[in-house]
Write a new protein. Sequence first.
Length: 432
Amino acid sequence: MSLVERLVERNFGVSGGELTIGGVPVSRIAEEYGTPLFVYDASVLKTKWSNLRRALPERVEIYYSVKANPSPAILKTFLSLGCGLEVASGGELYQALAAGCPADRIVFAGPGKQDAEIREFLTAGGGEIHVESLNEARRLIAALDALGKEVSAAVRINPSSEVQGGAMRMGGKSAPFGVDEEEMGSVVEALQESPRVRVPGVHIFAGTQILDAAVLGAQYRKCIELARAVAKKLKGPLTTVDFGGGLGIPYFEGDQDLDLEAYGREVRDLLATIEDETFASTRFLVEPGRYLAGEAGIYVAKVLDVKSSRGKSYAVLDGGMNHHLAASGNLGQVIKRNFPVAVLNRLGEPARQIIDVVGPLCTPLDVLARNVELPAPRVGDLVGVLQSGAYARSASPLGFLSHPAPPEVLVSDGNHRAIRRRGSYRDLLLDT
């Protein structure tokens, strides 16, 4: 079974050869809202949450990483399920608060916090800020003194290399993320000097898009090792250990799903080994974003043209890398690999043509799928990029070539509604 078939069977449906999302034919959604657009299925969001919640011990809290997809309706969906939110900018903080997230259920991480963003977080009464350098620790203390506030401040640590894994390494080497393991003591000491700072614990985030439960388990064990070192420095127990994110989803043929049962077992076994005073009252956090939102979304675009150039065939869509940079391979891929792509109104038809699926932009980078086997596309067909609920619209250069930004539609219990309108040409006139 191909990855497309596997994902459609698990998350969506097919009626008369056409994809259905939450029971609604994709052609009906495309007709009502136009193309290109993003469509999300609320039931998939909730299923991913419930599966993860069941896999983890009760004392492990789940904080959705807003950067994966900050759409207000998606934030509200996860908040309604009991999720906290992890933000990485003042804009994400604003969106989290606007979605109704209690300020004390917000964690603020990120390597380049501006002074104004720190003040906004403190003024809002944010729950916990994760410090990523000695200079940032000093700027945080200055902001606290100026505002007369107090805050919980964990140290985000860049761990050593033995626990690396995943598609994108974010630690274990020289990096802008966090405090190097060998330097963490100086940051803890600086924070301890302020009576306005409570140092509750540590945050580790060594990589992302991890599909191996054993790699996550190794990272979590390293996190506990670092947490013990910080607790020794603090001469007291820890209130927070943040294991970070990193839980992956399958994007490419041959990718296997993260084994949630094995992942849960890794976490449970680890927690069973640390039943001592240091962690007696510790709250443990995980911060998935991609894992919770990625599978729920599909990018849908219409075929505008089918053409041949010197023996190679192209299907030209009305949307491309400006809406979905990740699918084009220009968001971290060294070698371009195809996301799961399908002709959504002709599912089940045999793949008879090897073709490049490209967008409308004037750049050779605008290729959503290269040498992909599909039923020979026709003008008017709907092409979908699956696994588009995270780091798709939110991580794309929406202003490139001044095409209107695509809308977002949420399907829930057979009903669908626009949760973000389509952009207009007037939006491009920034001085009006």
